[in-house]
Design a protein around this ligand. Sequence first.
Ligand code: OAD
Length: 260
Amino acid sequence: MQANDLISAAERLRSARRVVVFSGAGMSAESGIPTFRDALTGLWSRFDAERLATPEAFERDPELVWGWYEWRRMKMLRAQPNPGHRALVDLSRHVAQLAVITQNVDDLHERAGSTPVLHLHGRLNEPRCSRCACAYPIGDQIPDEPQDGRRLAPPRCARCDGAIRPGVVWFGEALPLDEFERAQDAAMQCDVWMTVGTSGLVYPAAELPLRAQRAGAWLLQINPQMTGLDDHYDTCIAGTAAATLPALITALQDGARISG
Ligand code: OAD
């Protein structure tokens, strides 16, 4: 981790009024939730997205798809927020306005205490009817963790008897309009945009940092690897979320003590 970059990022944050944190799967990796594109452990390296993450897949084989998402939901329920999630809550005490925009379908930002959190790709804990869109209260009991290939019949809707589907955005589906519009507004208005743990490969979410930059924001990226968008960022810090974000808060607090 580059100390000078941390210090200059902390200075930017200190003078910012509106800050956006834009997170991807790397944010939750140190909580034990797999990313999508890691060559060995990523979900899309081990499972076929076409068979699991499209509306057609659910129509073709609802038990396969529901079983797989239940496996992921159990992983989420067992996971705990990591120091990176918690550092963002600390950050919210240092800036006038902090919005978290996430592509993650877990609730670890919320469980750490962040608010508001905009979920561009939906939420695992908010399934709904595939026919009438009625919300289905799923609860958060943790039964035995299903195996990753275990088929499970989706529950039925109490109103119309349609199959309940996971509350996530699948390939080929639109993002939730209200949350995407609010994310676009936040991008247009922020002073600092901080991207954490995303490959930046999935659109339209990936265009948000560029929109923020065009509107005049200063852009920071935190990721242990390079991404295709490195050149767009003002500063890229090579490090993990759970190590870098707490270090950034420490730099912010140290700087405040010096200038105070
Ligand atoms: P990816 O798996 O594409 O990228 C994860 C990123 O996290 C990579 O750039 C890693 O280098 C980085 N990373 C790994 N460990 C990290 C750590 N400990 N700290 C910080 N960064 C780390 O996941 P996303 O970019 O989130 O969409 O993927 C975007 C979308 O593609 C997902 O929301 C999902 C997927 O298909 C839908 O399901 C619609």
